[in-house]
Design a binder for this molecule. Structure first.
Ligand code: GNR
Ligand code: NI
Length: 154
């Protein structure tokens, strides 16, 4: 396992669309392990591969119910609306209120290549949207996502 460097806001890699994983190689499995270690070390609840400089559709999430590994994730259903606070490890010190669906269902592959579905509400729904946005080069501070900037706590 290795802790990876998290790219910050101005890095061009964070603005690139990521390519699907076509074959789950040992490199992808090592990436998943290293991303989990990096996420836990940084106290984040999710991490997307482009944040560590890898332009592939790979995400890890843990909102307190255990580690979730998502390869080639897609949102297949979304309903309702929530406007809650959000931050990003690549945008340190900035927080804002985003408009996101209240309930989101994702379809993804696990590390064995098997497809599964997972539905989340609240923070998990926000994390699904936030991490999948990273795979398309989007950040929560972008217009249309963040609806209100929160001042940093002093
Ligand atoms: O650590 C994180 N917290 C968070 C809070 C609300 C909504 C989304 C997130 S994800 C973020 C970690 C991160 O930057 N993932 O890409
Ligand atoms: Ni982020």
């Amino acid at each position: 396992m290795a802790k990876l460097k998290i790219l910050k806001k101005n890095s061009p890699g964070l603005r690139c669309p990521c390519r699907p994983v076509t074959e789950i190689t040992p490199r992808i499995l090592t990436l998943l392990d290293d991303m989990a270690e990096t996420m836990y070390d940084a106290d984040g609840c999710g991490l997307a591969a482009p944040q560590v400089g890898v332009l592939r559709r790979v995400v890890v999430i843990d909102v307190g119910e255990g580690l979730m590994e998502l390869i080639n994730p897609e949102i297949i259903a979304a309903e309702g609306e929530q406007c809650e606070s959000e931050g990003c490890l690549s945008v340190p010190g900035e927080w804002g209120i985003t408009r996101r669906p209240a309930k989101v269902t994702v379809r993804a592959q696990d590390r064995n290549g098997n497809w599964f579905e997972k539905t989340g509400e609240g923070l998990l729904a926000r994390c699904f949207c936030h991490e999948l946005d990273h795979l398309d080069g989007k950040l929560f501070i972008d217009p249309g996502i963040m609806i209100e900037r929160l001042e940093p706590a002093k």
